[in-house]
Ligand binder design. Structure first.
Ligand code: TYD
Ligand code: MG
Length: 466
């Protein structure tokens, strides 16, 4: 009989090593290798002990043919249904990741209650909390009377035996994947092998029965416990639930979806009675706007198919340091360096003696390059002490040559801005009729220097007017 071998698996990235080392070659993290057994188990691949079986021929087919719409169960919580692409798909597996304490259990309890009260069979399995704690949360959320079936259990075989008993559930929620363990893998719960094997068993159950499953996974900011990362490729959809400490709103972000669009977001607000939907996020992010102060610019952004307006705040202050500080919250710091370099080189705006702080209001995070123009406007506004017009939105990408480049969805961005009472836009030159209603008041610089000149010109303009 072959000797049972063990392997060393990085708990951060899942790289398998044959011998222990202090540092993982895959991701460069220290002290993340853990010894895990390879004997048997779902996660360890086909066993060499089993005699090879003769393959069965499958029927090959064509790309063209009848397509059925993915059957979905709709929760009625609009922001959640938007993020899942129109509801949970039967027979699919969804991973909901996020920092501990962000509200994953709260969101799924609310979803479970909403679905159960519509007559679906919903099973909620918690491996983290006792039944009493979950009941307490349900009471707080005001959903204690809904017919959600509840269990506190961590063993995959026991869970499968429980849910295959009786009518097939429509949705099974497993909170969390890190606490699950299966008899088929012999490493400790929470290790990559256990997480992968347990997830695989549950996904196989979903595919074979047509029940939808939701796996909850904790991801720390540092990516320390990356159990969930290794199941990302196995599931049909990945949603991340995120929010900033100190802010009440939470964003459910779609990062993978085999049955719908990605880059969608659902926006919620955490209250003392659970999560409340925020149907118009722009109003939330622009809520506390200080209209007349310099250094603030409103960016007309896009999140998937949805326009979102956010305020970008810059503070440029004289620096006592030899190397001035650059601090960014909510945006990419290398992108800020780039915008600063373009402003210095092509527009003659000097930041070398100044500290630069950049903040996206409300703790929101921007990933679009289209924010370049709004950032540049906020920076120049703060440096010169000249407030930007309060009814103006900004969007456009800046190239290293100082040109303002067009971005997608110009007309949608402007429609949203108009809806919220903005009357001007600074944006790239758009070829089509996207300027629409804004055409009279839109300013379309072809190079960044034009925008800088326009902001500087407000000094003369306002002193003339006053
Ligand atoms: P929870 O859903 O337990 O987080 P996770 O499952 O992601 O770890 O939510 C935890 C936080 O949410 C906790 O700090 C309390 C807060 N909370 C509210 O503010 N209001 C509520 O109605 C509920 C249920 C929780
Ligand atoms: Mg939880």
């Amino acid at each position: 009989m072959a000797k049972a071998r063990s392997q060393f698996v990085c708990q951060n990235c899942g790289t398998v090593h044959t011998r222990w080392a202090g540092k993982c070659d895959g991701c460069g993290e220290w002290n993340t290798l853990v010894e895990e057994g390879t004997a048997g188990g779902i996660g360890s691949g086909p066993s060499s002990m089993r005699s090879a079986r003769k393959g069965r021929a499958v029927t090959l087919t064509t790309l063209d043919g009848e397509i059925e719409d993915a059957p979905r169960i709709i929760s009625g919580i609009g922001e959640l249904d938007r993020a899942t692409g129109g509801g949970f798909v039967r027979g699919s597996a969804l991973l909901v990741g996020g920092d501990p304490g962000i509200g994953k259990s709260t969101l799924l309890t609310q979803a479970a209650a909403a679905l159960a009260s519509k007559g679906h069979r919903i099973v909620y399995v918690s491996g983290e909390e006792a039944v009493a704690q979950i009941r307490l949360r349900a009471q707080r959320l005001g959903v204690a009377s809904t017919p959600v079936e509840l269990a506190a259990e961590t063993n995959v075989e026991d869970i499968l035996a429980t849910i295959t008993d009786g009518k097939r559930p429509d949705l099974v929620i497993l909170d969390s994947i890190q606490t699950l363990w299966t008899d088929l893998a012999d490493s400790a719960p929470g290790t990559v092998t256990q997480v992968r094997s347990s997830a695989q068993a549950m996904i196989r159950y979903a595919k074979s029965t047509g029940a939808a499953i939701v796996l909850v996974g904790h991801v720390t900011k540092e990516g320390q416990i990356a159990g969930p990362r290794v199941v990302e490729h196995m599931v049909d959809g990945v949603l991340y639930f995120e929010g900033e400490g100190g802010h009440h709103y939470r964003i459910l972000r779609t990062v993978k979806n085999r049955f719908g669009p990605t880059d969608e977001i659902g926006v919620f607000e955490m209250s003392d009675k659970g999560l409340r939907e925020v149907a118009n996020p722009s109003e939330l992010f622009l809520g506390e706007r200080s209209i007349k102060s310099p250094g603030a610019a409103v960016f007309a952004g896009m999140e998937g198919t949805r326009p979102v307006l956010v305020e970008i705040q810059a503070l440029v202050a004289p620096s006592p340091l030899g190397t001035p500080r650059r601090a960014v919250v909510g945006w990419d710091s290398s992108r800020l360096s780039m915008v600063l370099a373009v402003l210095e080189t092509h527009c003659g705006v000097r930041f070398a003696q100044h500290d630069v702080y950049l903040n996206v209001a409300g703790g929101y995070r921007i990933t679009e390059p289209a924010a370049d123009l709004a950032v540049a406007a906020a920076l120049v506004s703060s440096l010169t002490g000249l407030a930007l017009p309060a009814d103006c939105v900004y969007f456009g990408e800046i190239s290293l040559s100082g040109a303002v480049r067009p971005v997608a969805h110009a007309s949608q961005r402007m429609k949203e801005a108009e809806k919220l009472g903005f009357r001007q836009a600074a944006m790239p030159v758009v070829g089509d009729d996207a300027a629409g209603a804004f055409s009279a008041r839109s300013f379309q610089p072809s190079v960044l220097a034009d925008l800088v000149a326009r902001i500087a010109a407000t000094k003369r303009g306002s002193s003339d007017g006053d």
